[in-house]
Write a protein that binds this ligand. Structure first.
Ligand code: S3P
Length: 439
């Protein structure tokens, strides 16, 4: 029997107003479950994202004997097993849709005494894993992949790891984090050098758990053999989820919206920088630091956007925000040019191809290039869009519905639950005319 899926139906018109708090940051939530599980003592997390991706990570640790209460309304208590306290799982660990879970877990599991296997859904099963299996192999890990370096990953336990010096070929926080986590189990120093800055939540959180991590320019290192000490983590709202509202409010006339308690870590604010260059009206209010991460309320008002050439140094800092930014570009005056973003082709879907296809469907001139896209702003028409099961594509086109000439149907939106449970309700509360239909 075919699994039921969800489509979104959006009616044009409306504006986004009021105050909303989007769910917790996905990257920080994954890491809090991982480090809390590997720590000694009781870690209390609040603001945890209860999305399917994070639940996959939590499920994996439970399958390896970690006890945890919750999550309940964003609260989770983890009784850490210590770095050497995990038990062999009885069956393969299912990482669902989550690339972050699979790549970071590979680093952790490479250091265990037992064998394990990581599997994922249809989308994850197509994604490249050699970027972690190869450098982990250099550290002494034994990891078998399917053809072409794809999942499943079969990880042999009991191999002593040694630190390496790794110049990363791609700017990827997942690769950096995977190696640093393996480095906790390795002899000597594990060091990575980034070709461009990427999100630094792993480094920040390791320090929060009392583990020394050195950062010198683009080089990040740690020494194996230490301990993680349990702590309290307050997860800010996810700037990647807030992005859909930042774009929606920017393009819909009369909008005036405040997004509360959003994480504004400097390695994540490419979207704010890019939107400002496009002429967006953004204001950071009540900037503060919560548990080692900077946080602010963001006020956004409708503005006349203009097309820009997106600076390449902003690409890794906005890597998950491009589907929504492409909608902003479609509503801007003039042309927006993105280059240096080949990584978008290996996300939950090929986000360059899928967005270009959807934008064309809505009457926008969008041309793919090997590592980016050229979008000419215009009038969005109504129509039916395929999300290809990609949560961020689905939410980006939902926001396009605010300003389209007719209604928009977005197909296959079930995976929105991986990162943004409650999206439809919150978007409707802010002023989007959206309903979900089971098909
Ligand atoms: C993430 C890193 C990014 C991002 C992903 C989350 C993380 O991936 O796209 O959604 O939590 O480390 P890459 O590191 O592969 O760019």
């Amino acid at each position: 029997m075919k699994n039921k899926t969800i489509d979104y139906l959006i009616q044009p018109g409306g504006k986004l107003t009021g105050r909303v708090r989007v769910p917790g940051d996905k990257s920080i939530s994954h890491r809090s479950v991982m480090l809390g599980s590997l720590a000694e003592g009781e870690t209390r997390v609040s603001g945890l994202l209860e999305g399917e991706d994070v639940l996959s990570t939590l499920g994996a640790f439970r399958a390896m004997g970690v006890r945890a209460e919750g999550p309940d309304q964003g609260k989770l208590v983890i009784h850490g097993a210590g770095l050497h306290g995990l038990k062999a799982p009885a069956k393969p660990l299912d990482m669902g849709n989550s690339g972050t879970a699979m790549r970071l877990m590979a680093g952790i599991l490479a250091g265990q005494a037992f064998d394990s296997e990581l599997i994922g859904d249809e989308s994850l099963s197509k994604r490249p894993m050699k970027r972690v299996s190869e450098p982990l192999g250099r550290m002494g890990a034994v990891i078998e992949t399917a053809e072409g370096g794809r999942p499943p990953l079969r990880i042999r336990g009991g191999h002593k790891l040694r630190g390496i010096e790794y110049p990363m070929p791609v700017a990827s926080a997942q690769v950096k984090s995977s190696l640093l986590l393996a480095g906790l189990y390795a002899g000597g120093e594990t060091a990575v050098t980034e070709p461009a800055p990427t999100r630094d939540h792993t480094e920040r959180m390791l320090r929060g758990f009392g583990y020394e991590v050195k950062t010198g320019g683009a080089r990040i290192s740690l020494r194996g053999g230490g301990k993680l000490k349990a702590c309290h983590i307050d997860v800010p709202a996810d700037i990647s989820s807030a992005t859909f509202f930042l774009v929606g409010a920017s393009i819909a006339a009369g909008s005036d919206l405040v997004l509360e308690h959003v994480g504004i870590n400097p390695t994540r604010i490419g979207v704010l920088n890019i939107l400002k260059l496009m002429g967006a009206d953004l204001e950071l209010l009540n900037t503060r630091e919560v548990g080692g991460e900077p946080v602010a309320d963001i006020r956004v008002r409708a503005a006349r956007l203009r097309g820009i050439r997106i600076p390449e140094d902003q690409v890794p800092l906005a890597i998950d925000e491009f589907p929504a930014l492409f909608i902003a570009a479609a509503c801007a005056a003039g042309e927006t040019v993105l280059t240096g973003a080949h990584e978008l082709r290996v996300k939950e879907s090929d986000r360059i191809a899928v967005m270009a296809q959807g934008l064309k469907q809505l009457g926008i001139d969008a041309r793919e290039t090997p590592d980016g896209i050229i979008i000419k702003g215009g009038r969005l028409q109504g129509g039916a869009i395929e999300s290809h099961g990609d949560h961020r594509i689905a939410m980006a086109f939902a926001m396009a519905g605010l300003v389209a000439a007719g209604s928009i149907k977005v197909r296959d939106c079930k995976n929105v639950d991986t990162s943004f449970p409650g999206f439809v309700g919150l978007a409707a509360q802010a002023g989007l005319t959206i309903s979900s239909i089971r098909s």
